[in-house]
Each structure stands twice: as C-alpha cells, then as structure tokens.
Design a protein around this ligand. Structure first.
Ligand SMILES: Cc1cc2nc3c(=O)[nH]c(=O)nc-3n(C[C@H](O)[C@H](O)[C@H](O)COP(=O)(O)OP(=O)(O)OC[C@H]3O[C@@H](n4cnc5c(N)ncnc54)[C@H](O)[C@@H]3O)c2cc1C
Length: 384
C-alpha cells in the first residue's frame, strides 16, 4: 500500500470515490464535447454541486461539507484525470467561495455560499490586471466610495470563470485612499448582465477549453457599500490567504492530468506492436515510462504532504510552492512523453493525449508561475 493510500482516512477516500463516480457518470461522457464546443459546462458544475463536490471546503451551516483539504485534493485530482477544464472551473469557483466563507458577514455568507455550494451561483477571483500579474501589489483598479455606493473602475485580466460567474471578487484600491495605508480591498461584483459598466471579452486559449476567462473592464460599476468583503485595506491578505491551498490544489490538478496520460501510455506501450514486439519491450520506451512513473509519484507525494499539512492547520508556503512547482512541471513532462509513447496516434485530435498536454501547460503559469514558486522556495531555504 502506498504512503498516500495508508494516510487517507475513510472520509477522504469517500470524497475521492464520490468524485470518481461523478467522473464516470457526468464528466467522462461530456469531456470531449466540452473540448469541442469550448462552452462553459454550467450543467456539469451544477451536477458537481448536487454531489457536494463544490462545497467540500465550505462550512456545513452554509450548505457545504465541512471536509478537510486532503478530501478536496483527492476529489479534484480525480476530476482532473477526466477534464482539466472542469477541474480548473471548480478550482476557480472554490477559491472564490473560500474568502467569502472566511471573511464574509453573516448576510454575505447566507447570500452567496449556499448557492455556490449547489453550483447555482458561480464564483471568480479577479486579482490579475494587465500591468499586475506576478507583482499583484501594482494593482490600479479603484473602488470610489460615493454616497453609499462604490464605483469600480479598471481592468482585470484572466480570472477563472470571469464573465460567466455570478459573483466576482474584484480586488481594488479604495478611493479616497484610507488614512491607514494604501492596501487593496475586495469587492463582490455580480456578473456583466447584472452590473452596468461591467464588460467582458472572452479570450481563446491553448488549452482548458470550456473553462472561461478573458478581459474584464469596469467603468463606474456601481455596487452597494455592503459589497465590501472583509475590511478596507485587507484585500491582499484576503486574496493571498488561500494561496497555499490554491497552489496545492493546482498541484493535484497536475497529478490528475498526468495520471490519465501515464495510464494511457502504459496501456498503449503494452498493446502496440512494432518489429514483432510490444513497443513497451523496447528499452528506450521503458526509460520514458520509468521517468514518467517516478516523477509523477514524487510530485504526488509533495502534493499530499502539503495537503495533509494544510488539513493539520500547518500550511507551509515553501511546501505548497514545491508541490505546485513539481506537479505542474511533471504534468507537462508526463503528458508530452505520453504523446511520444503513442507515436503519431498521440498527436491525433481524436485521442485525449494532445488535450492533456495543452491543458497541463497552464499549471506552471496560474496561481504564481514556476519562476515565482522557485523564488519562494529559495528565499525560504536561504532565509532571505
Ligand atoms: C487560464 C488562466 C486562468 C487564470 N486564472 C486566474 C484567476 O482565477 N485569478 C487571477 O487573478 N488571475 C488568474 N490568471 C492570471 C495568472 O495568475 C497570471 O497569468 C500569472 O500570475 C502570471 O502573471 P502574468 O501573466 O502577468 O505574467 P508576468 O508576471 O508578466 O510574467 C512574465 C514572465 O516573467 C516572469 N516573472 C515575473 N515576475 C518575476 C519575478 N519577480 N521573479 C521571477 N520571474 C518573474 C514570470 O515567471 C514569467 O515567466 C489566470 C491566467 C490564465 C492564463
């Protein structure tokens, strides 16, 4: 029995198995259609909500499951093995709901969380801007307090579920600036259909088709004063308060995609014969399989080491950066070499291998690039 299998509790296994049934019954039959249509799979999100998979980390009193972070990773890893796009949409949604659960007023939690846990309301976190990506402290979106309302003005780039979400967590600078400092704050903004001045331009991406993101513009978007989440000036703390969990969750998505690619590669290497023997009997192919297997196992252990630390309230930024860095690089490595093991057929669009590879690429960019993860790890190792 593997170390991870030994460590999982019955409850964590139950979430993994629940996600596996969701994959078999809902995601797998739809994965290629989601890829082809590139349409946001709202029905799949609702089906995830019906099965409790959108509220794993949310409090039970607001319709969530109140389960731990290992349960979330076990579930999201399973889902990613069938569809990176569905997994990433759930991840973006979850990491919009968590700040509301942690910092919302009772009224905000009641208004948002139950519907988010059911998948009837979708969430999106909008931190990144055209001039503020890896350095999010350079945000320029403003929220001007004016006669009991805030007026949001600025531009946001990307943001998983942007535009299709029902609640956007927009990180902006309050104007007039607070006397206590220049910190940013978080504001709850409805979707473009319900917020005059909110424009959304969806962009096309290399992978994760069906997952929606693009460019959001806010021109004097009016929201009530009660739409402030948490306190003025605490926005960066609120947005970054989930970063260890977000990075570890992205790592689990990486190991999920890589597992699907690896299993396909192993099956194909046994089935495909050339020169009178299975291609898996050639040492060159065995080297690929051995490297994929070993790197994937190592990355998964880092992901679960970080997940267990988070579940034990011992979140460790160096560890979550290592987990995300390792798993996103491994996802790229394994999906690329799974295509290699398949030869020309791995490059075909009617097999999922090239989809896995395109989906995997984003993981070394979102939630902090691999370069940022390495900087974080090295700074802590060097005590800088
Ligand atoms: C599909 C998708 C989904 C996304 N989802 C969200 C979301 O839900 N919410 C959200 O707010 N954002 C989201 N993003 C934005 C994402 O987090 C950013 O793209 C990412 O943080 C990198 O920022 P950037 O694109 O501006 O790149 P830049 O910061 O401009 O980086 C360019 C290059 O410079 C390197 N670099 C920059 N600064 C440093 C540094 N200090 N040290 C070393 N190297 C550095 C980077 O590693 C990279 O190689 C998403 C992006 C995509 C593509």
């Amino acid at each position: 029995m593997s170390l991870i299998a030994r460590a999982l509790t019955d409850e964590q296994i139950e979430y993994r198995d629940r996600a596996a049934s969701f994959v078999e019954e809902v995601v797998e039959p739809r994965a290629e259609e989601i890829e082809a249509s590139d349409e946001f799979p709202r029905d799949v999100m609702e089906a995830a909500g019906d099965r409790g998979l959108l509220g794993i980390l949310l409090p039970e009193e607001y319709g969530g499951e109140g389960a731990d972070f290992v349960s979330y990773c076990a579930a999201i890893e399973e889902i990613a093995s069938a569809s990176g796009a569905v997994a990433e949409s759930i991840q973006g949604h979850t990491f919009a709901a968590l700040p509301i659960a942690a910092h919302g007023t009772t009224a905000q939690k009641k208004a948002y969380l139950e519907a988010m846990a059911r998948g009837e309301s979708i969430g999106s976190m909008l931190l990144t801007e055209p001039d503020a990506g890896s350095s999010p402290s350079e945000l320029s979106t403003t929220a001007t307090l004016d006669d009991g309302h805030y007026r949001i003005t600025g531009e946001k780039s990307f943001g998983t579920n942007a535009g299709v979400a029902d609640v956007h967590l927009v990180v902006a600078r309050k104007r007039p600036a607070p006397e206590s400092g220049h910190g940013v704050s978080v504001f709850l903004v409805p979707g473009p259909d319900n917020a005059a001045g909110f424009g959304f331009d969806r962009a096309e991406f290399m992978g994760m088709r069906g997952h929606v993101t693009g460019d959001s513009t806010f021109s004097d978007v009016e929201i009530p004063e009660s739409a402030l989440l948490g306190e003025i000036g605490q926005g960066f703390r609120i947005a970054m308060g989930t970063i260890d969990r977000a990075r570890t969750g992205l790592g689990a998505i990486g190991t999920g995609i890589a597992t699907a690619a690896f299993e396909d590669a192993v099956a194909y290497a046994g089935d495909r014969t050339q020169g009178g023997q299975a291609v898996g009997e050639y040492q060159a192919v065995q080297v690929l399989i051995a490297e994929m297997d070993t790197k994937l196992d190592a990355a998964r252990h880092l992901v679960y080491q970080s997940a267990f630390a988070i579940a034990d309230d011992e979140a460790d930024t160096r560890l979550s950066s290592k987990a995300k860095y390792a798993a996103s690089e491994v996802a790229e490595y394994v999906t690329r070499n799974a295509i290699q093991v398949h030869g020309g057929s791995g490059y075909r669009k009617d097999k999922p291998l090239e989809r896995y590879h395109r989906d995997a690429k984003i993981l070394s960019i979102i939630g902090g690039t691999t370069e940022i993860q390495k900087t974080t790890i090295a700074k802590q190792a060097l005590d800088l």
